[in-house]
Ligand binder design. Structure first.
Ligand SMILES: Nc1ncnc2c1ncn2[C@@H]1O[C@H](COP(=O)(O)OP(=O)(O)OP(=O)(O)O)[C@@H](O)[C@H]1O
Ligand SMILES: [Mg+2]
Length: 223
C-alpha cells in the first residue's frame, strides 16, 4: 500500500494512487479464489502498528463499493480501533454476541457512511480473550453474521503479541499478513508465518504496507 496521509484514503481521496492500490488488492482477493470464495478473512501482522486495521478498513470500503455486503469485525479485543476509523462507538460488539444470546439474535451492527459496509466492534474486553476467541460459540456467531454478508473481515492483534491471531486463523477461510515496508523485520515475518502454519492457517499472502510513493509511481497518469 502506498504511504498515504489518511488511514481512510479510499473515502477521502478515491482517485489517489493509494486508493488504486487498495482496489488492486480487492481484485486479487476476489479473483484469486473464484472456485472457493474467501468469505471470512483475517488480518494480522507480526508486530503492532504495521497497518492491519488501516488496510482492513480501506479494503472494506473498496469491497462495499462493488456491492459486496461487508461486515468488519473487531477481534482485536485488547486494542480495538476499527470503530475510531469510522467515527463509531465500542459500546457493544463481538464479545457481547459470544457472551449473551440476545446480542446473537440482534447483532449490534453499526452502519458506516458507505452503503453495504457495517461494523461489529469488539465490545467490552472479556476476562479471558483467548478463551472467548477459541470458543465454539464464536464459530456460531461468525456463521450468524455470515447470513447477512458476502464477506466478513476480521481484525486481530499481532501474531507475535498473543495467540489470538493463530486461534482466529483456524476459524476463517484465509489470512492476510500485513508487512510494513522498512519496519517489519524479516525474522519476525518468518516466525509469524511459521506460527500460523502450525495451526494450518490458509495464508493467502502478504500486503506490503507503507510503501513510499515515488514520482515515477504518481507520474502524469494519475493527474
Ligand atoms: N499506508 C499507510 N499510510 C499512512 N499511514 C498509515 C498507513 N498504514 C497505517 N498507517 C498509520 O499507522 C498507524 C498504525 O496503523 P494501524 O492502526 O492500521 O496499525 P495496526 O497494525 O492495526 O496496529 P495495532 O497493532 O495497534 O492494531 C496509524 O496511525 C495509521 O494511520
Ligand atoms: Mg489495529
Amino acid at each position: 500500500m502506498a504511504d498515504s496521509s489518511s488511514s481512510l484514503i479510499t473515502i477521502q481521496d478515491p482517485g489517489s494512487p493509494a486508493s488504486e492500490a487498495y482496489r488492486a488488492l480487492r481484485m486479487n482477493l476476489l479473483f484469486s479464489s473464484l472456485d472457493k470464495p474467501i468469505r471470512k478473512l483475517l488480518f494480522s501482522s507480526p508486530s503492532s502498528g504495521e497497518g492491519k486495521s488501516t488496510t482492513l478498513a480501506n479494503l472494506a470500503v473498496t469491497l462495499a463499493q462493488v456491492d459486496q455486503r461487508v461486515i468488519m469485525i473487531d477481534c482485536d479485543l485488547r486494542r480495538p480501533t476499527l470503530h475510531t476509523l469510522f467515527g463509531l462507538n465500542n459500546t457493544k460488539g463481538i464479545s457481547d454476541m459470544v457472551l449473551n444470546d440476545q446480542a446473537l439474535l440482534e447483532p449490534p451492527y453499526q452502519n458506516t457512511e458507505i452503503n453495504g459496509l457495517r461494523l461489529i466492534a469488539s465490545g467490552a474486553l472479556p476476562p479471558r480473550p483467548g478463551d472467548m476467541l477459541g470458543s465454539k460459540k464464536l464459530e456460531i456467531v461468525l456463521d450468524r453474521l455470515m447470513q447477512d454478508a458476502d464477506i466478513l473481515l476480521l481484525d486481530a492483534p499481532p501474531v507475535m503479541a498473543a495467540t489470538d491471531a493463530a486461534i482466529l486463523a483456524t476459524k476463517v477461510d484465509g489470512v492476510l499478513l500485513v508487512i510494513s515496508a522498512g519496519e517489519t523485520k524479516r525474522e519476525q515475518a518468518q516466525r509469524s508465518v511459521e506460527r500460523l502454519q502450525q495451526v494450518n492457517a490458509n495464508i493467502l499472502g502478504a500486503v506490503l504496507n507503507n510503501v513510499p510513493l515515488d514520482a515515477s509511481f504518481t507520474g502524469e497518469y494519475y493527474k
